[in-house]
Design a protein around this ligand. Sequence first.
Ligand SMILES: Cc1cc2nc3c(=O)[nH]c(=O)nc-3n(C[C@H](O)[C@H](O)[C@H](O)COP(=O)(O)O)c2cc1C
Length: 329
Amino acid sequence: MNELKSLKLGKLEIFPPILLAPLAGFTDSPFRRIVREFGAGLMSTEMISSVGIYYKDQKTISLANFDKSEHPIAAQIFGSFPDKLAYAASFLESKGFDVIDINIGCPTLKIIKSGSGGALLKDLDLIKEILTSVRKAIKIPLTIKARKGFKKDENILKELINMAEGEGVDAVTIHGITVEEGFLKSAEDWSSIKEVKKVSSIPIIANGGIEKEQDVKSLFETTFADGVMVGRSAINRPWFIKSSENYIQNGVGISLSLNEKLNIILRHIDLEVKEKGDYIGIREMRKFMQAYVTGMRGATHFRSKLNTVQSKDELIALLMGFFAIKEAI
Ligand SMILES: Cc1cc2nc3c(=O)[nH]c(=O)nc-3n(C[C@H](O)[C@H](O)[C@H](O)COP(=O)(O)O)c2cc1C
């Protein structure tokens, strides 16, 4: 395989069909803008509480801020009350999002306890009710992002896809792992995605376990999915989606010089601080910086210094020092 085809979500055409996964705490607007500057198909907000939107909680609503350069962009919502999910979907449609995605897979205890995310996989009737009411509330494409099942070894994908087709869902993203298996790498089951792709009449987006550009290609080839969604591998490499597209189409990924990487990080700091101010922006940047230096010599020392940094200037000074040493080696 060396040619990529657009992914169709209703009337929306997504190219490349390589999508940025919703990642709570990471896929905020500044990060998404960096990813989009390289090139990515659809991007997504992190999961947004439908209850928070319903009760007009300002912190929740701020998660739905985005810049026009981020189109096409999906808003992902979570919850368990069909009416509140429908309200949130309609609210987010009116804010200009291109797609509404419903979270049916989050394994976090707090989310599961509230009956949302992955807990929904225990109640297909409730999922059906949710899909009916959200579909009625919006005109833009509706997608769901689900795991294989709740309990270890459970696979309810056929029933789920069948229902999604009947309820007018435009595509299903599948993370081929159960909720109980959490993020256990060895439990990633790409064949479960392949099996359901064979019988699905709506697009399937495959997700889970990608570490290298080659893995994106393999996931397409193994599952015959219409799209691939990338999560953790994009956190320290916002160019990873573009690099994977290049790898599939031309056989080589993107290779960046130290200076190019430094400039990306500086731009990221700038966007984050502009959006959130010095105090929060710097704290947000700490976790990205931890990721950016992954695999680099001196990363442990750099990380230990990160938590002492209080201002944008201090952060930039630390970063410049770290990269200057690298240049000299
Ligand atoms: C830190 C973190 C936050 C996540 N947040 C979300 C989220 O908000 N919504 C969601 O559907 N999945 C979320 N996920 C799951 C990812 O979207 C994705 O399905 C999973 O990481 C597998 O893809 P990957 O192996 O490419 O990372 C999160 C995962 C991680 C590690």
